[in-house]
Write a protein that binds this ligand. Structure first.
Ligand code: 3PG
Length: 209
């Protein structure tokens, strides 16, 4: 399974919105802050519409979908123009569906056995979810030695304060989270603050490149 994701950032904003009209200005704000990818989660009915709007209106933003939990989600995301997919887990059906639409896919794992299952299917970039509850930094350090060929995107409980510690780990390819788009900030359509949060994160990430 290809992991050519098509974006440069090591920060992956996890987006939860219930109004598709928020997606384009949010994408523009994230880009302004130096982040060229966003994961719009399939948690509200507007998610596919939001993905489609960003795909059509903000070509510099690599828009993908998150929270894919059913194989049928992949076809819908592909039709909307989503360019990658992220799931909190992995099943044979999700793997087959990702292959069918040839979509880069980051499956979620939480245990060594799940990591081994994902690796057997050909995945080498895995979402560690929920990262904090799975053991956070300690878990990632413990996974590094037996799984030297795997890279992780810890997501769940990461913040601007802990971002640097995660990015410093050799087996962390990127970090995901919702701290870049706080609910209240988005509700207020405060895109200046979203851009500032993105810039803060990309500045931290730049110190590791
Ligand atoms: C999620 O799927 O909701 C992500 O893990 C985001 O977690 P966070 O809100 O703790 O960043």
């Amino acid at each position: 399974m290809s992991i050519a994701l098509g974006f440069k950032t090591r920060i992956l904003p996890v987006i939860v919105i219930d109004d598709a009209e928020l997606a384009v200005p949010m994408a523009e704000a994230l880009l302004e802050g130096g982040i060229d990818a966003m994961e719009i989660t399939l948690r509200h009915a507007c998610a596919l519409d939001a993905i489609e709007r960003v795909a059509k209106s903000v070509p510099a933003m690599v828009v993908g979908a998150g929270t894919l939990t059913r194989p049928a989600d992949f076809g819908r995301v592909a039709s909307a123009g989503g360019r990658f997919a992220v799931s909190p887990g992995l099943t044979p059906g999700l793997d087959a569906a990702a292959r069918a639409v040839e979509m880069p896919f980051i499956p979620g794992v939480m245990t060594p056995s799940e990591a081994m299952f994902a690796r057997e299917l050909g995945y080498s970039l895995l979402k560690l979810f929920p990262a904090a509850q799975a053991g956070g930094l300690g878990m990632l350090k413990a996974l590094a030695s037996p799984f030297a060929d795997l890279r992780f995107c810890p997501t769940g409980g990461v913040s601007a304060e802990t971002l640097a510690e995660f990015l410093a780990l050799p087996n962390v390819a990127m970090v995901g989270g919702s701290w870049l788009t706080p609910t209240k900030v988005v509700a207020a359509r405060d895109w200046t603050s979203v851009a500032a949060l993105a810039r803060q994160a990309t500045t931290i990430a730049a110190s590791f490149s």
